[in-house]
Write a protein that binds this ligand. Sequence first.
Ligand code: NDP
Length: 241
Amino acid sequence: MARVALVTGGTRGIGAAIAIGLKSAGHTVAATYHGNVEKAEAFKAETGIETFKWDVADHEACVKGIAEVEAALGPVDILVNNAGITRDGWFHKMDHDAWISVINTNLGSMFAMTRPVIDGMRERGFGRIVNISSINGQKGQLGQVNYSAAKAGVIGFSKALALENARKGVTVNCICPGYIDTDMVAAVPEKVLEGIIAQIPVGRLGQASEIAALVAYLASDASAFMTGAVLTINGGQYIAN
Ligand code: NDP
């Protein structure tokens, strides 16, 4: 069934592939972004997907932004919490700003984005929430204490929210991607990246479209019995379950 889907950080990288995948599945999609207006405009022109600009770390902005999306497209039945940032550095050199910006953007946004849509999903008896965590939230990573903490928090958030909403037709699942070929990974120094690829049994980075295919399933009516799942998709780099 065609529904309204909202994808945060949906104008580039993994989020853009997710937004395109959900549109191909017949849904009406809203894609949010933060600062890269040029990229967002090009994405909208190319795909016809509506774009909306706000900071997911800002609770009031999320409430206002979601109200705008719902006024334009209708109630949100599918929410993909994908937007995320890194501010890497060893913990003993990390300042408070690097800590708090990653915690607020990657974990604080889970509350800010989900709280405004959950009542409507419960009332309508249908909802699909897909949260993007990370392999580094599962296993930890050098130089990413802030990021690993936030992404591990996303896993706990998803499991607890799944339990609370299971009887209401609302599923909540969490995806932990490994290293995917996007701008975020392009920021990793080449030598470090070579080392990372050497640790991936499949022998390559993942593609954003591979994450998008999984999200399309989790967003569909067919996935109703799957909730509270933590799905690992990482080329075999970390076999968690
Ligand atoms: P990108 O850096 O390529 O894109 C990030 C997207 O999030 C952009 O659309 C960006 O908007 C948006 N965004 C960033 N900060 C905010 C904010 N404060 N408010 C609203 N939107 C924001 O990231 P990826 O596609 O690589 O990653 C997507 C998700 O997947 C992230 O949560 C990431 O942690 C996770 N992930 C990524 C992996 C990878 O290997 N790439 C591995 C595991 C997890 P704008 O364009 O305006 O900057």
